[in-house]
Design a protein around this ligand. Structure first.
Ligand code: MRU
Length: 366
């Protein structure tokens, strides 16, 4: 995607051929800053501190984290230690486990001299595959959007609600939930996106809004509690969100607040679509509520808020009274029964065991 007219991915190999560059997402939307990662700890910190975030990009960064570790030391112990360190960064997005497993099973049989080159090759492939997957999600999803647009029998813009950021910044490129939106917009469909701000980290207000603005997609940022009201008044034609982990039976784990949007969508007959690539499916579990670990983050993300002061300097402000306890659950589970359809790189399916297996006959190897 373009930033000020220049094409970018969210992660790339630096000109030196071994270090890795990322966009520091904690500085957006007010500053566009890139950061160079030169070691395993840099990659782990970038994931932990959410300079990179979003399930597919976390996986891609972990893959490059393994490369950076091996660039210093290509022993078996270093490979194991890299996996352990990266796995401990964030618990919920399954793409992290998937990418580390891909790297380990590719690299373990190789000798130390072969490993470094092979690691960079594999990490590059993981990134390229993510871009292809997301582009394919876009191609499948745009067909759904065109159907919904035509069924309404009006030329007014299609109103789509999204939560959190599942755009190109959450992936290597294109995004998951935003890929169909970008393609529909590029093809000339009149559309408008309601962007949930997505407290506490405000990925919607800061990242999704910034992406859509860069791409010229009409949008409006709303506070998280607005969606139900808009749906009751017929101002939302469909919801599309991304996903951090999907069970083999189609339960969806995504940013906190997603479940409430799905409930409101069901009550108002609004299609609730979830976009995800194959590596986001955890084939080993079937019950999202029971089996998916929900990250709890620092309470300071709830008690404080970051933004620009009137003179343009970054500021952190405290919202809550000193001494009030806070809780910061980062994700929730939307049961499969509330999801109208899953949009994957292999096509669109029902959120169910049968639906997913219909697309992924080779389940477990994707
Ligand atoms: O905590 P984050 O910002 O890493 O979470 C990302 C999300 O939950 C997004 O909603 C996204 O859909 C999942 S990845 C495309």
């Amino acid at each position: 995607m373009n930033v000020n007219g220049k094409p970018y991915r969210s992660i790339w190999l630096a000109d030196d051929g071994w270090s890795v560059e990322i966009i520091d997402q904690t500085r957006l939307p007010h500053e566009f800053v890139t950061v160079r990662l030169t070691g395993l700890e840099d990659a782990a910190d970038a994931i932990r501190n959410m300079q990179v975030r979003g399930a597919p990009l976390i996986g891609a960064t972990a893959a490059y984290g393994v490369c950076l570790a091996l660039h210093r030391n290509a022993s078996n112990e270093a490979l194991e230690e890299a996996g352990r360190t990266l796995l401990a960064t964030r618990p919920t997005a399954i793409n992290l486990h998937w990418a580390i497993q891909e790297m380990r099973s590719w690299l373990e049989p190789l000798s130390e001299t072969e490993r470094v080159r092979a690691a960079y090759q594999k990490a590059g492939e993981i990134c390229d595959e993510d871009v292809q997957n997301n582009r394919a999600i876009g191609d499948h999803g745009v067909v759904l959007l065109e159907d919904i647009y035509q069924q309404r029998r009006t030329e007014d813009p299609l109103n789509i609600l999204t939560h959190c950021n599942a755009g190109w910044l959450a992936t290597v490129d294109w995004g998951t939930a935003l890929a169909p939106i970008y393609l529909a917009h590029d093809r000339g469909m009149p559309l408008h996106v309601w962007v949930d701000e997505t407290r506490p980290r405000n990925q919607g207000a800061s990242l999704t809004a910034w992406e859509l603005l860069q791409h010229g997609v009409p949008h409006t940022v709303i506070v998280d509690s607005t969606g139900g009201h808009l749906m009751q008044r017929g101002l939302v034609d469909c919801c599309i969100t991304g996903c951090d982990r999907t069970t083999a039976s189609g339960d969806v784990c995504n940013k906190i607040g997603t479940y409430l949007k799905a409930l409101a969508a069901r009550d108002n007959g609004v299609p609730f679509l979830v976009a995800l690539p194959g590596p986001t499916i955890d084939w080993s579990i079937t019950d999202g509520l029971r089996d998916i670990p929900i990250e709890q983050r620092d309470g300071r993300e709830v008690s404080h808020i970051e933004g620009l002061s009137q003179d343009g300097t970054p500021q952190t402000l405290q919202l809550t009274p000193e001494g009030s306890p806070v809780a910061n659950y980062a994700f929730d589970i939307t049961p499969a029964c509330l999801v109208t359809a899953l949009i994957t790189e292999r096509g669109v399916c029902e959120a169910s065991k049968e639906g997913l297996h219909g697309l992924y006959h080779d389940a477990g190897s994707s």
